[in-house]
Design a protein around this ligand. Structure first.
Ligand SMILES: Nc1ncnc2c1ncn2[C@@H]1O[C@H](COP(=O)(O)OP(=O)(O)O)[C@@H](O)[C@H]1O
Ligand SMILES: [Mg+2]
Length: 353
């Protein structure tokens, strides 16, 4: 192992983590159920398929992918709620599914889709129960409530029964419940889903502070703003496999294939003649004579080739290349229309931290 990677021990380490779900096949009628009893046919889904992740203390990692990609299943494996089919997972020195109680002390988990508050109790009572479960002392408890009131305006929610909370209020109370025992490791699975902008901003601000204080965070979200505001590293999962793990900027380099170049030539040139020389690109005339916009796939043409072609027609007066927008990439991740280029560096290999 190179010396550089020995310096910091990862706090979350998953190696070839795999979860296969088996569901009995549905067959029609009595014959079907008899056959089912005898032959036991199952459909299997590899919800998480040989996932390896190594996360250092204090890192904030966005975990994104289309619906059904395996994000929640990964979080459940990391928190010990599910037992892996194969592979290994160690979190803070603990194997989560073998020692769920010890793991719960060091980890805070929030599933945005369901609450961990007691439905019929006022928020205050739910938090008091958690305080007793975790053995939090009175002074620390007061300090935590004050902190949550400051950043999440929790105070106004304390007397309200969980079932009466709006979604945004519920998420604020659930965040407090997940973080009450000051866990050093936090998994948030869609914590901003369905929240309005104002609440989202508040939650993001809260998460930024959490990370600034040294918390290790895995954040599953559909929201690009959450990712950009809170995380520097992004892991993308698709069909149970990690297809990218690295910096936010690298995502654009890896997945944003289309480039858009604006060119102004010193003399007027017919757009047709530009298009004729660049059959793989899309050439559209710009606002004034000699101006063009050229869209091309960077795996088909290089910017250098496009510039060389344009300058073979006339001298280039000015040139601008649009930055690919990470929004576009993340939107494609979620709609499942990412185009991968297997030969490209990093893709499919887990570029890794
Ligand atoms: N308890 C379960 N039993 C059977 N299949 C499941 C179960 N939980 C999840 N799955 C399947 O595993 C895959 C991944 O699900 P999930 O981890 O919830 O995805 P995500 O959170 O990325 O939307 C999906 O195909 C889902 O249908
Ligand atoms: Mg999910």
């Amino acid at each position: 192992m190179p010396a550089a990677t020995m310096a910091v021990m990862p706090v979350i380490e998953a190696r070839e983590l795999t979860k296969v779900f088996r569901r009995p096949d549905k067959s029609e009628g009595l014959r079907g159920s008899l056959r089912h009893l005898v032959t036991r046919r199952y459909t299997t889904t590899s919800a998480v398929d040989h996932v390896s992740l190594s996360i250092e203390p204090g890192e904030a990692v966005a975990y994104v992918g289309p619906n059904g990609a395996g994000k929640s299943t990964t979080v459940k494996l990391l928190s010990g709620i599910l037992v892996p089919t194969s592979g290994e997972v160690v979190v803070g020195g603990i194997v989560p599914h073998r020692d769920r109680i010890a793991n719960a002390r060091q980890v805070g988990v929030l599933f945005g889709q369901r609450t961990q508050l007691w439905w019929d109790l006022p928020v205050r009572e739910s938090l008091a129960l958690l305080r007793d479960m975790y053995g939090i002392g009175p002074a620390d408890y007061r300090a935590q409530l004050a902190r949550f009131d400051e950043v999440l305006e929790l105070g106004e929610l304390l007397p309200v029964t969980a079932r009466k909370l709006s979604l945004g209020q519920r998420m604020r109370a659930d965040l407090a419940a997940a973080l009450l025992h000051r866990p050093g490791i936090v998994y948030l699975d869609e914590p901003t889903i369905g929240l309005d902008i104002a609440v989202k901003d508040r939650v993001r601000d809260f998460l930024r502070r959490l990370v600034a204080d040294g918390t290790t965070l895995i954040l599953t979200t559909h929201d690009l703003g959450d990712i950009e505001d809170v995380c520097r590293r992004i892991a993308i999962i698709d069909g149970g496999r990690i297809i990218y793990d690295g910096g936010l900027d690298g995502v654009k380099d890896t997945f944003a294939r289309e480039r858009c170049m604006h060119v102004r030539l010193t003399t007027d040139v017919d757009p047709q003649s530009v298009a004729a020389l660049l059959p793989d690109a899309e050439v559209t005339p710009g606002g004034s004579p000699g101006e063009f916009t050229i869209r091309f796939d960077r795996f088909v043409l290089t910017a250098g080739q496009v510039i060389a072609t344009a300058s073979s027609l006339a001298e280039i007066d000015d040139l601008l290349i649009d930055e690919p927008a990470i929004e576009d990439v993340v939107r494609k991740v979620y709609s499942g229309e990412l185009e991968l280029e297997p030969a490209e560096d990093g893709v499919g290999a887990g570029v890794g931290a």
